[in-house]
Design a protein around this ligand. Sequence first.
Ligand SMILES: Nc1ncnc2c1ncn2[C@@H]1O[C@H](COP(=O)(O)OP(=O)(O)OP(=O)(O)O)[C@@H](O)[C@H]1O
Ligand SMILES: [Mg+2]
Length: 377
Amino acid sequence: MASVDLERVTKVYPRSGRGDSPPAVRDVSIEVRDREFLVLVGPSGCGKSTILRLIAGLEHPDSGAIRIGGRDVAAVAPRDRDIAMVFQSYALYPHLTVRKNLSFPLDMRRVAREDVRRRVESVAGSLGLTHLLDRKPRALSGGEKQRVALGRAIVREPKAFLFDEPLSNLDAKLRAEMRGELRALHDRLRTTMIFVTHDQIEAMTLGHRIVVLRAGEVQQVGPPLEVHRRPSNRWVAGFIGTPPMNFVRGRVETVAGRRSARVGCGIVELPADLAPSVRDGTDVELGIRPEDVHATSIVRADEPSSMTGVVCAVEALGDHTLVRLTSDAGDVVAKLSGRETPTRGTPFSMRLDPDDVHVFSMSDGSSLRGSPDPAMP
Ligand SMILES: Nc1ncnc2c1ncn2[C@@H]1O[C@H](COP(=O)(O)OP(=O)(O)OP(=O)(O)O)[C@@H](O)[C@H]1O
Ligand SMILES: [Mg+2]
């Protein structure tokens, strides 16, 4: 068990050619608390694996410090950092049985034979691998192999686990099962875990907190729901959430005493926590999540918080319906209940709750709303 701190860490890989490559990790500070489950999420190439490799000691930072359990590990070799890493490609030893694959890290450390047997059997039991102990990896399914790879990390009883997209080779059903197992594992072991993914669902469901990364830089850190409800900038808003947030341009004005924005297809009332510095006449970008668009029968153009459009595509998925609307403000996707299946070509009025409207600066994309309510779960 240990905290893991990165303080202003930058990593630049040398480029085999002329010129400097941009930093893979740029001035990143992250405090992973003892026993926390922290998820690093971001698009391909944003530096997630590099951060794990830096913590594991497989790469060295160009500047900044890394501390594990409060101790600076700059001079500590990877094998002495007491950290276990599980990769996407779970390299099991093909010629060894599951039992031997699991015991390998302990045999390497010359742990007493009886101790090894006890630990291997306990881990195998908790991962549902007991009946597979005498098989070789080629006789295992993908999910079973993945669990052996996890087990091999767990038997070491490390201070912290680093997971690099360990579920990405599994099918959707197994992924869901493994998410459950990982959460249960964390509850049981209560060990610090850092988990890398670009999967939205994994990020939202696994982490106590998530760190959103873009091009080597931290964009936002917080509990998943807080990041979803109060993205700190337009980029995070567009990255977190499926289907992605809609963006429409608007101009701030005060309508009947309420801070609103006029968009091409109506008037949208703005949230009460809009920054007071945003003056009437300012151009802003509004962000509206598809699930926050509600159908309404009001079709008065001057009705606040309503926009009108025309249904141009309908995808009825049973439990919900995705509707693409064309409007004078651009296309807007609405996620409606499965019972609502509007007809293509018909007019559609949308109602929005002001608190669901995100407002971003046109110049730097930052959120123009106040900080989230600290009491929010
Ligand atoms: N050994 C290396 N040498 C040079 N450049 C590298 C090396 N490893 C990674 N990079 C570059 O550093 C950046 C970050 O890579 P990294 O592997 O950390 O991304 P990632 O977020 O894990 O991506 P993915 O989701 O695709 O695994 C990328 O631009 C990548 O091309
Ligand atoms: Mg990676």
